[in-house]
Ligand binder design. Structure first.
Ligand code: MN
Length: 407
């Protein structure tokens, strides 16, 4: 495939990707776009030229400030739009419409791509669950249910923000070691969690279940996800009902949703599951995706340090299994719902997806490129998560999700 548009060879946003997002070009008019190289295809402008047929219908859809209504049209429509855009980019020469349709990606401001109705966070990395378990329960790291079902909890949708949004350090109850009573304080153990998330593209009704081998039909696409966590608040509050204020103050997503179809060439097998899952969780197809991930911490005005390199393929439970499990009791899902993977840690030390694990509960400090050290995040630190999939010269990148800690 070849385009008349110059696309940098190492761009995350190649012709094979074509992710959807919501942008404004400095005009406060959030609308739908597709990222390509250093540009954005303005889908509302493209609709106006008649590129997709049904001019007024698509212009109205793409002028909305979230993608929910577009996504709800279903994969036959959303994939046809992608194909039309690809054909347009691969015309033999630059079309006259290009000036109207293209806008500079570096000048655009990105918005939340969807209105999130519900958010679920899973806990699907066996390495992460084991590491955290060792710290919180040394004699009993992996609880008995973990290998039988994708453990998860319902999180807070309203505090999911787009990349670039600052994150204020939360206050709450923390109980210091050896103290009898908790104190009220700013969190001293603020952390990131390296995660990815998928966005629901098709709704179900209450009572309906999604078979594991059909689950990907309900997944529109994927984003990078940082599930900010206040470990001290979390450690005190989480028994017996699980995560609450240690988690719900903010989660950040990358702005471009990579359609699941763009990832078909990097599909791969997940880890061997032992014991064999119950029938409703048995997936015939390879259920994982080979997506390289990294996390950097950049102290304010200083050089960044890569603190983790991991891969989405390490996850024990696949997205299809998560979705089959989520709906097996008849729980309904809606377009725009976000399901996050849980922290994606790999087997080696450099692949741990949170500072809790990297600093082993705050015991080991991490050397930074600017000469400082970290166990947890400091005010002014920006955390950047990046991810991309590569195969046979094709690159499908996710861009990044970043956020700066403020006080
Ligand atoms: Mn999480």
């Amino acid at each position: 495939m070849r385009s008349w548009l110059p696309i940098p060879a190492d761009s995350d946003f190649s012709l094979y990707n074509l992710p959807y997002g919501i942008f404004d070009a400095g005009d406060q008019r959030p609308r739908a776009g597709i990222a390509i190289g250093d540009h954005i295809i303005d889908l509302a402008a493209a609709a106006e030229t008649g590129l997709f047929g049904k001019k007024r219908f698509f212009k109205k859809i793409f002028e909305q400030p979230v993608l929910n209504d577009f996504i709800a049209l279903g994969k036959p429509v959303t994939n046809r739009i992608r194909k039309k855009v690809l054909d347009w980019l691969c015309l033999p020469q630059r079309p006259d419409t290009a000036d109207n349709i293209l806008t500079s990606r570096t000048k655009a401001r990105m918005h939340m791509p969807v209105r999130v109705g519900d958010y679920t966070d899973f806990y699907s990395s066996i390495e992460h669950a084991t590491n955290v378990g060792k710290m919180f329960r040394p004699d009993n790291p992996l609880l008995p249910n973990w290998r039988w079902l994708p453990v998860g909890y319902h999180g807070r949708a309203s505090s999911i923000v787009v990349s670039g949004t600052p994150v204020q350090r939360p206050h709450g109850q923390i109980k210091l070691p050896d103290a009898e009573a908790p104190i009220f304080s700013a969190s001293r153990r603020l952390d990131f969690e390296l995660e990815m998330a998928f966005i629901i593209g098709k709704e179900t009704q209450m009572g309906e279940t999604i078979p594991v081998d059909k689950a990907e039909e309900y997944i529109f696409g994927m984003v990078l996800f940082n599930d900010w966590s206040a470990r001290d608040i979390q450690a005190w509050e989480y028994v017996p009902l699980g995560p609450f204020l240690g988690k719900n103050f903010a989660s950040s997503v990358s702005p471009w949703i990579v359609p699941i179809e763009a990832l078909k060439n990097v599909r791969t097998k997940g880890p061997r599951q032992n014991p064999a899952p119950l029938d409703y969780l048995k997936q015939r197809k390879a259920g994982n995706y080979d997506i390289e991930l990294e996390v950097a911490i950049q102290p304010k005005g200083k050089q960044e340090t890569i603190v983790c390199k991991s891969n989405f393929r390490y996850l024990y439970w696949s997205m299809a299994q998560q979705l089959a499990h989520h709906t097996v009791n008849g729980c309904n899902i809606r377009v725009g719902d976000i399901m996050a993977s849980g922290t994606i840690s790999g087997p080696e030390k450099g692949s741990f997806g949170s500072l809790l694990e990297i600093s082993w509960g705050g015991k080991e400090s991490i050397a930074m490129a600017d000469g400082s050290t970290r166990t947890f995040l400091q005010d002014g630190d920006t955390v950047v998560i990046r991810g991309s999939a590569k195969k046979d010269g094709m690159k499908i990148g996710f861009g990044e999700v970043s956020g700066e800690i403020t006080n």
